[in-house]
Design a protein around this ligand. Sequence first.
Ligand SMILES: Cc1cc2nc3c(=O)[nH]c(=O)nc-3n(C[C@H](O)[C@H](O)[C@H](O)COP(=O)(O)O)c2cc1C
Length: 203
Amino acid sequence: MKRILYVRSSLFADASVSNQLADEFLLDLTAKYPHSEVTSLDLAAQPLPHLSAAEFQAWLVPESERTPEQQQLAALSDRLIGQLLAHDTLVLAIPMYNLGIPSTLKAWIDRVARAGKTFRYTAQGPQGLLDGVTAHLLLARGGEYRGTPLDTQTGHLQSVLGLMGITAIESVYAEGLNMGNARRAQGLAEARSAMKTLLSEAA
Ligand SMILES: Cc1cc2nc3c(=O)[nH]c(=O)nc-3n(C[C@H](O)[C@H](O)[C@H](O)COP(=O)(O)O)c2cc1C
């Protein structure tokens, strides 16, 4: 049994490749682990605002000293962190937009990667506070970037998830989706094959 947090970020809902792949992956994952619980978060359907200085500053004020406005501002990040902490498996469906991750996903990361909550600073550097979380990344791209310096998504997500202590990270790539029908079909087939391998190896 897994407690799965499924985070979507494509603009295109059910027409999105990353969402379709993640949906398929979840079907197989929940078949493999019956009684799993899935919580879905669609950051395109319900986008988070960009982080503001007032919201960030509200986090720094001890809870008992926050003004009503600061309590309200801090509640969003507290809620998203509480939600993340309540799950042991993270499934992120990630389109590539302008060589990076969607800004909505970045707004979520800006709320959950929070000093004192999901990581802490130490003399040896930052230390992640999340333990036992596995992340599955389903990445969809119009072009081909895997293994090249232009793939900024993989490194960024590994770093920021790692910052919080999530180091068990598996990535599946659907690439070449806008490079003609044959390349698109190949990209989808490769992604589906990688998902099957991942599921067969999942503990
Ligand atoms: C606003 C926007 C920006 C995009 N930028 C890139 C890009 O920089 N590189 C790329 O390979 N594909 C790019 N694409 C194509 C998408 O990565 C591709 O359509 C992919 O399928 C998106 O995932 P989705 O189907 O889950 O939405 C872009 C698409 C959109 C809508």
